[in-house]
Ligand binder design. Structure first.
Ligand SMILES: *Cc1c(COP(=O)(O)O)cnc(C)c1O
Length: 368
């Protein structure tokens, strides 16, 4: 069996260092915020090339608190991709604001900057691109549109740790960048975790206060805040894993090159990487109209695969109150019907990768 992702492998590789980091927190008696979280924030901000990092409880909170800090509320609209994980939309809804979906470029799966302006209204406050599958969104046109219309830009970078746009790491292109350290991400904790990075000191400060009950000084509450703090035990583990992130991302990139070579001619649409992108290769996503048959073939061959994501947000019951016409967002719908994520991770071996390629090659689609 070749698993879709081996979550244990990175921790087995670094067992000694991770055990020591956990022990340091356990022995310190400091279990909420404190020096370990401060140190991770400084190290992650430096890694991302941002001036500030604020550690939070998870990626959804990172998006939500960033929107709150930008005063997004009822009546406001936020532009989101039509094909994203539902967290991107939920963060907007949690503010009482409305997610306004924009379709992606079909070749890159990222929001199409050419379609954004048509979605802007007098209520629009923020553009929220997602660096989906670890491929950076085309930030320059997005930032230009935001400047022209006086909008803020919040990036959902939950899948893009270490990715570069035009040579510069994701982390400070927009006003705020939201991160998740969910275990399966490129930089993952041993449970839930998240953060924001930004160059805007005022926004960083507001999120800092919001994450801790709206309090700067203990028992003095400036605003109605939240409890959304990165746990020190996760911060300590993330500090260890951050040192290996570039090496692990390089292994992902090497596997992606082999996939792209090995799967050429296999009848699948393969990931396309724009010249300006250095993806983090969070996922390796292929496409075929007979996706379900391909997935069954791989399962029978002992190869794990997943669909990211099978139901676009606008088709979820959670958003059924919006009463979309049935023809809404055909690109997101088509993508969801055809995509399949193959095994990808820093601990996937070359032998395993070759088996995946062979399993795909032995699949014969039925004639249509
Ligand atoms: C994982 C993910 C999130 C949410 O992160 P959590 O830490 O699970 O809350 C948000 N957006 C995208 C694109 C993600 O992949």
């Amino acid at each position: 069996m070749i698993p879709f992702l081996d979550l244990k492998a990175p921790h087995v590789e670094l067992r000694g260092e991770i055990d020591a980091a956990i022990d340091r927190v356990v022995s310190s008696g400091w279990y909420i915020l404190g020096p370990e979280v401060d140190a991770f924030e400084a190290e992650y901000a430096a890694y991302c090339g941002a001036s500030h990092c604020v550690g939070l409880a998870n990626g959804l909170d990172a998006l939500h608190l960033a929107l709150r800090a930008m005063d997004v509320g009822p009546g406001d609209e936020v532009i989101v991709p039509s094909n994203t994980y539902i967290a991107t939309w939920l963060a907007v809804s949690q503010c009482g604001a409305t997610p306004v979906p924009v379709e992606p470029v079909e070749a890159t799966y990222n929001i199409d900057p050419a379609l954004i302006e048509a979605a802007i209204t007098s209520r629009t406050k923020v553009i929220l691109p997602v660096h989906l599958y670890g491929q950076p969104a085309d930030m320059d046109p997005i930032l230009a549109i935001a400047r022209k219309h006086g909008l803020r830009v919040l990036e959902d970078a939950a899948q893009a740790h270490g990715a570069r746009y035009k040579g510069r790491r994701i982390g400070s292109h927009g006003d705020v960048v939201a991160w998740s350290f969910y275990p399966g991400k490129n930089l993952g904790a041993l449970g839930d975790g998240g953060a924001i990075t930004t160059n805007d000191a005022k926004l960083a400060d507001r999120i800092h206060v919001l994450r801790n009950y709206g309090s700067r000084v203990k028992y003095v509450n400036e605003v109605q805040g939240y409890n959304s703090r990165l746990d020190p035990i996760h911060a300590a583990v993330l500090r260890v894993k951050l040192k290996y992130l570039d090496e692990w991302n390089a292994r992902r990139a090497a596997l992606a090159v082999q996939y792209l070579q090995g799967l050429t001619g296999a009848g699948l649409v393969l990931p396309q990487v724009p010249a300006w992108a250095d993806p983090a290769w969070h996922l390796f996503v292929v496409r075929n109209p007979q996706r379900d048959a391909l997935q069954k073939h791989l399962t029978d061959a002992g190869v794990g695969s997943l669909i990211h994501y099978p139901i676009p947000p606008h088709k979820q019951q959670a958003y059924s109150e919006r009463c979309w016409p049935t023809i809404s967002f055909p690109i997101a719908s088509r993508i969801a019907d055809q995509i399949l994520s193959l095994p990808m991770g820093p601990h996937l071996t070359e032998v395993q990768l070759r088996s995946v390629i062979e399993a795909v090659a032995s699949w014969v689609p039925t004639c249509e």
